[in-house]
Design a protein around this ligand. Sequence first.
Ligand SMILES: NC(=O)c1ccc[n+]([C@@H]2O[C@H](COP(=O)([O-])OP(=O)(O)OC[C@H]3O[C@@H](n4cnc5c(N)ncnc54)[C@H](OP(=O)(O)O)[C@@H]3O)[C@@H](O)[C@H]2O)c1
Length: 326
Amino acid sequence: MVGSAIWRALKAKGYSNLIGKTSAELDLRSQQQVSDFFQTEKPHIVIDAAARVGGILANSEYPYQFLMENMQIQNNLIDFSLKADVEKFIFLGSSCIYPKLAPQPLKEEYLLTGALEPTNEWYAIAKITGVKACESIRKQFGKDFISLMPTNLYGPFDNFDLQTSHVLPAMLRKFHEAKVKDDSIVELSRSEPVELSYDEPVEPTCSEPVELWGSGSPMREFLNVDDLADAVVFALENPLKESLYNVGSGVDLSIKELAELIQKIVGHTGEILWNKSKPDGTPRKLMDVSKFAGEGWKSKITLEDGIRSTYQWFLENSDTLKEVKI
Ligand SMILES: NC(=O)c1ccc[n+]([C@@H]2O[C@H](COP(=O)([O-])OP(=O)(O)OC[C@H]3O[C@@H](n4cnc5c(N)ncnc54)[C@H](OP(=O)(O)O)[C@@H]3O)[C@@H](O)[C@H]2O)c1
């Protein structure tokens, strides 16, 4: 999702000579393959949007892969970028690097001030080593290596697989499927042509109910992936004073408010059932984005516009959505 958004943003700004590889073409865990790649392609700029990603279940089943593969991917890219003297290196991390009980909103200075959320500490520790590697290169060699920590992202090419997806794409899919089920029932019951009189108000049909996890009270922040890509291009084009920056919209909303917004956009008219036996997670997670704002970047895509365009993308690509296994 992130890599393709950055690619679109670079293309839109007229950048050419871009090199992008799938993991099948270049396995970044392999030092040899990364070494060969740098020798052949000689990149001037490297943006690391590759990672083994996943939710709580995947992290708890495969802690070693989450720790080791992420370190291998970033270590190879960071070290060969240093040796090849690349002009700029951008490392993408995540808000999970901050301590579980850090004050909100999360400031960059809270890094390593407390214990991590245990469910994803493997992934978080790998990301922290990436942040520190970039910081140490900046400190020791004065090179332009920076780390951007995005908040929760959503957008085209997101994971809509209900077994493994994040909250926003999962809600989009659930509301859509409940609505479509209802539409198809209406279609079936209208197999005979119906004469509609415009004088009589048509009763709105009620969609299937949608069940969502938790109470709906936790507060979360979301950023459209095209906004993140814009931030990456900004970081690429501007010299930044420090090595670590949060990237977010700077505003949060409750999961209940998010559900109602998605329901409106999708056109679902049924009930929302909150399954309070499921965990809520941390009550609030919001990034403090003032440091990056001080450099001159701020989010431009509103949550409503971003969800509308993502829903449009989902409708146009529902036949080819990726399945993401644990
Ligand atoms: N999604 C979010 O909400 C979010 C939030 C904060 C930060 N981020 C960060 O953004 C970055 C990208 O996440 P994403 O959401 O775009 O995930 P994604 O859609 O799953 O993309 C991950 C990418 O990593 C590549 N990759 C994985 N293992 C690889 C390997 N061994 N060699 C080469 N490439 C490999 C994958 O390539 P193939 O598809 O070819 O296998 C894929 O393109 C991650 O660092 C993540 O921490 C994401």
